[in-house]
Design a protein around this ligand. Structure first.
Ligand code: ATP
Ligand code: MG
Length: 164
């Protein structure tokens, strides 16, 4: 990793712009949130994670399915939620989608050319930053949540008020 001072909101906006250009048939909403969220992360790796989740929300849902992205910060964590209104991921598959090469519907996923690596890579990249990726899903609503520490665990903390 090559950590650098990074604004998560700008990173998400860039990923949203790229998504809209690549998937003009998918309405993407960026929820109002903080104007900026300062992180010390590898911006290219975090962007790769965002791109993986956004691409999934397009590739594994029917044409025209809306996608929503929300950034928030609090309790020492920055969070990005990528929500789609697609068919959802069955309970039995929900944890396995993070396994390498795992695809819910092998035949159909092969048509779409996916290798089943995106979420495994995303999770390992986020974990390398001390964060987590989780999924909740029901028919019509799937949410992937990325959580990252607002500051490195080893960052020195001197006196004075905590900033969130
Ligand atoms: P790759 O990302 O390597 O191109 P992939 O998209 O198939 O291929 P992952 O991103 O790891 O691989 O996703 C694994 C599987 O999880 C997908 O094949 C799909 O079955 C399921 N999946 C992922 N995201 C969603 C989603 N938003 N809605 C429904 N199913 C999903
Ligand atoms: Mg993928």
């Amino acid at each position: 990793l090559r950590p650098a001072d990074t604004d998560l909101v700008t990173l998400v906006q860039d990923a949203a712009d790229a998504f809209r250009a690549a998937h003009p048939d998918r309405p993407l909403t960026l929820t109002d949130g903080p104007a900026s969220v300062a992180l010390r992360v590898d911006p290219h790796r975090v962007r790769q994670v965002l791109d993986n989740l956004l691409t999934n929300a397009a590739v594994h849902t029917p044409a025209g399915t809306p996608v929503c992205v929300t950034v928030s910060a609090g309790s020492g964590r920055a969070r990005v939620e990528v929500t789609d209104a697609g068919p959802g991921i069955p309970p039995a598959d929900r944890e396995r989608v993070f396994d390498r090469f795992y695809r819910v519907d092998k035949a159909r996923s092969r048509d779409r050319g996916g290798s089943g690596l995106g979420l495994a890579v995303a999770r390992s990249l986020v974990r390398a930053h001390g964060g987590t990726v989780e999924v909740t899903s029901e028919p019509g609503r799937t949410v992937f949540t990325v959580s990252l520490p607002l500051r490195a665990a080893a960052a020195p903390v001197s006196g004075g008020p905590e900033r969130s």
